[in-house]
Design a protein around this ligand. Structure first.
Ligand code: NAD
Length: 487
């Protein structure tokens, strides 16, 4: 597997280097080894990417929607044909187990391209009867979209932004996270091979300052960020200066509420998926697991038994369930929260520290960790940790669970486990969260809108809802009679 790309950036349909930019190293988190060396984009390179996108936009916006759709669907086929190679690359760049990347990363990206490729022919306006005269609306693209990704789902995030943007006729400049720069370049290659005109999808590498320059660029019409809340605030402030459209997919501290009539095995499965999948590095994770007191001990017993069976190890081994965290800095942060949980008086059920993988002594591995008897005021129950740390919290009544679940500035996601479906619907209707699950957790099919309430974000990705965020409506009034005038 060759991880080193041909060059750092992809602009106007070709690889471009820019040695002026700061060095970026991609490391394999299981070993700490450098697998690729790149450079950040200087302002000159960002400007070149935006200029290419501006020119590409003119061509693409004039391309018939059916043709746009065909290009996106061909790109989906290319990603699927290369799924193993792309998955291995994503595993090297992120440290996520191949068992996951084979099904959740490029595969989700391909689904997204396929879905929005299918939608292009349905992007119609409406006809409005005004009695004699009429009006109609046109759904038009916004222009150049600046898209900025996080490191946990690099190619999936790139596709979740590019597919709806391109379906609507926009051009894109995508900046991956500096920690995971590689797979977006492969997406750019696939889009070019699928027939996307040069300049319509560009990739520039860089740190936050490159992102900020891109967001501030006067020729960018729309910004879409996936990242943390503090970055979201900065990006919204920068975008406000030139009144750009903004989509923000930010962090969370989501509740998963398990009532005592729930199927315990399924609830434990969901809690495991909601905390340990991708080594806990998922924005929508259900990290506050509220368990009704009647099943608390049974739940904790099965959770500990099943977590003990998790196989930590080399992420390139398909038998591995849990890989390392993405970076040493992330590992240090997560370990500090594990210590904090103990200091705050939570009861450690399992895990709680670094994990030893004998063959990979330099890897950023930590143990999947469960704290019980967690109180709402503890920092481990309030702050996004972004690692495999589950907080189990007791509750007595439905109203109490809802009130405590909502007592957070975040509102990305929530889950409810109960055999009483009336209660399931009643509770999700009261939860302040953009994406909710009843009797499952963290499934994000492309058909379903995804996004946050409160500080977890603005706008929606996926589903028909995403179209609203990558297009604008033009109203056209057509007079069929005479024009009345007072004089
Ligand atoms: P981050 O906020 O540190 O960085 C996100 C991206 O923003 C990176 O590409 C970074 O270079 C860029 N950036 C940083 N400062 C910037 C600035 N001033 N202007 C423009 N761009 C800037 O986030 P991260 O550590 O990469 O990712 C983890 C966070 O992302 C978590 O909070 C997680 O919850 C969130 N996330 C959210 C979703 C979602 O869909 N809601 C999905 C994945 C991750």
């Amino acid at each position: 597997m060759r991880a080193q790309p041909t060059a750092s950036h992809y602009i106007n349909g070709a690889y471009v280097d820019d040695p002026e930019g700061a060095a970026i190293e991609s490391r394999y988190p299981a070993t700490g080894e450098v697998i690729a060396r790149l450079n950040a984009a200087s302002h000159r390179t960002v400007n070149a990417a935006v200029a290419a996108a501006r020119d590409g936009f003119r061509v693409w916006a004039a391309t018939p929607p059916a043709e746009r759709g065909a290009v996106l669907r061909r790109a989906a086929d290319i990603l699927r044909a290369r799924n193993r190679e792309l998955s291995e690359l994503e595993t090297l760049d992120t440290g996520k187990p191949l068992q996951e990347t084979l099904v959740a990363d490029a595969a989700s990206g391909a689904d997204c391209l396929d879905y929005f490729g299918g939608l292009t022919r349905t992007l119609t306006g409406e006809h409005i009867d005004l009695g004699g005269s009429f009006a109609y609306t046109r759904r038009e693209p916004l222009g150049v979209v600046a898209a900025i990704g996080a490191w946990n789902y690099p190619i999936q995030i790139a596709c979740w932004k590019a597919a709806p943007a391109l379906a609507c006729g926009n051009a894109v400049v995508f900046k991956p996270s500096e920690l995971t720069p590689l797979s977006a370049l492969r997406l750019a290659e696939a889009l070019t091979e699928a027939g996307l005109p040069a300049g319509v999808f560009n990739v520039v590498q860089g740190y936050g300052d490159t992102g900020a320059h891109l967001v501030s660029h006067p020729e960018v019409a729309k910004v879409s960020l996936t990242g943390s809340v503090p970055t979201g605030v900065k990006v919204a402030e920068l975008a406000a200066k030139t009144l750009k459209h903004v989509t923000l997919e930010l962090g969370g501290k989501s509740p998963l509420i398990v009532f005592d009539d729930a199927d315990v095995e399924n609830a434990v499965s969901a809690a495991i998926n909601a905390n340990f999948y991708s080594t806990g590095q998922i924005c929508s994770n259900g990290t506050r697991v509220f368990v009704q007191k009647g099943i608390k001990e049974a739940f904790l017993r099965r959770l500990a038994e099943r977590t003990a069976k998790a196989r930590l190890g080399d992420p390139l081994d398909e038998e591995t369930h849990i890989g390392p965290l993405v970076s040493r800095a992330q590992m240090d942060k997560v370990l500090a929260y594990m210590q904090l949980g103990r200091n705050e008086g939570a009861r450690l059920v399992c895990g709680g520290g670094p994990a030893e993988v004998a063959s990979l002594p330099e890897g950023y591995f930590v143990q999947p960790t469960v704290f019980a008897d967690v109180a709402d005021h503890m920092r481990i129950a309030r702050e996004e940790i972004f690692g495999p740390v589950m907080c189990v919290i007791d509750f007595d009544t439905e109203d109490e669970a809802v009130a405590r679940a909502n007592a957070t500035e975040f509102g990305l996601a929530a889950g409810v486990f109960t055999r009483d479906l009336a209660r399931g619907h009643r509770v999700v209707a009261k939860l302040h969260a953009g994406t909710c699950w009843i009797n499952t957790y963290n499934l994000t099919p492309i058909e379903m809108p995804f996004g946050g309430y409160k500080h977890s974000g603005i706008g929606r990705e996926n589903g028909h809802a995403a179209i609203e965020h990558y297009s604008q409506v033009k109203s056209v009034y057509v007079e069929l009679g005479d024009v009345a005038s007072a004089y």
